[in-house]
Design a binder for this molecule. Structure first.
Ligand code: ATP
Length: 310
């Protein structure tokens, strides 16, 4: 069991992480969601014992790893946000190099190297130089390196940023299998709500250094149980129509979407007639209306006032 207790990190006068309490139980998969600068990487770096907290503690099976980093390090795998590989070496050479850092040698190293390359689907490219790999293949190799020493816990910091959909899908399926079938405990940070929804048992939402909510997807959505969203598909954007909707007391929030507007309104108080009246007044042509129960994205917006990928 991995736990952060009142964790805080201050850089000069800027509080990057403030009183963060996270609990990651054995075999669980948790997601850490937050906009840029929310403090996710700083929080993770403290768990990885790469930076020291200003206040608070991180415990592994109830023992402080701030005091004894070596309790967690041997069982922790880390997939950093930036790809950390030697581009002039082959995939196999990279894996062997990092294996030696984990103190693997001889037959054991060879077996583990083969196993992780197979797991990430790179066995047939193992002799090729990393510089010839696509971004997605490099990410997969980065994950292979993190799994070499058969960790119990893996921390992945946005492991699918900037890669092709096929590699992304491969990585998501692999992490899911490792968690569900092999019991690997996973802490996964992402900008992609759908990834966290797909992979994680529980989700922590961070903003401005604070953990502002946590729970299962259903629990988080229940925060908005009194609300629903109305999607208005518009022929073309009309800024005065958006402004008029924003002024309307019965409409809680208005956000711009690619093909129109999304409104959050109280349940049972949709005031659709009023919306259509305003559309007419502002010459806005509504081509479609969808009424939906809130999504996790709506919860995020409700809690942080921001879209996840602003
Ligand atoms: N070494 C540092 N010195 C000063 N400020 C820092 C340092 N590291 C992070 N910060 C600041 O702390 C805040 C949190 O940053 P952090 O990188 O943890 O956010 P994040 O949620 O991981 O964002 P992203 O998704 O962009 O990686 C930011 O305002 C950042 O500028």
């Amino acid at each position: 069991m991995l736990e952060t207790i009142g964790l805080k990190k201050t850089f000069k006068r800027h509080v990057a992480v403030d009183d963060a309490n996270l609990l990651l139980k054995k075999g669980e998969s948790i997601g850490l969601l937050g906009p840029n600068g929310a403090g996710k990487s700083t929080l993770i770096s403290m768990i990885e014992t790469l930076i020291k907290p200003t206040e608070g503690d991180v415990t592994w099976n109830e023992k402080s790893i701030i005091k004894q980093p070596d309790l967690l390090r041997p069982v922790l795998g880390v997939v950093p946000q930036e790809i950390a590989l030697y581009k002039e070496l082959s995939a196999y050479e990279n894996v062997k190099f990092f294996g030696k850092i984990y103190k693997l040698t001889g037959k054991e190293l060879e077996e583990r190297a083969e196993a992780v390359l197979k797991l990430v689907g790179l066995s047939d490219r193992q002799k090729d130089l990393v510089k010839t790999f696509s971004g997605g293949m490099q990410r997969r190799l980065n994950i292979a390196v993190a799994l070499l020493h058969e960790p119990e816990v893996i921390i992945m910091d946005e492991p699918t940023v900037g890669i092709d959909p096929q590699s992304r899908n491969y990585i998501l399926e692999m992490v899911r299998d490792l968690n569900r079938e092999q019991g690997l405990t996973v802490l996964y940070t992402s900008h992609y709500m759908e990834e966290v929804e797909r992979l994680c048992d529980r989700i922590y939402i961070m903003d401005n250094g604070k953990v502002i909510a946590n729970g299962t997807k259903e629990e988080l959505i229940a925060i908005l149980s009194e609300e629903e969203s109305i999607e208005l598909v518009l022929e073309k954007p009309i800024s005065t129509f958006k402004e008029a909707l924003e002024m309307e007391p019965s409409i809680l929030r208005v956000t711009q979407e690619s093909n129109g507007l999304k409104l959050i309104v109280p349940k049972n108080n949709r005031k659709l007639t009023r919306i259509f009246q305003l559309a007419e007044q502002h010459d806005a042509s509504i081509t479609n209306v969808n009424i939906q129960i809130p999504s996790l994205e709506d919860v995020f917006l409700h809690l942080t006032g921001k879209k996840l990928r602003d």
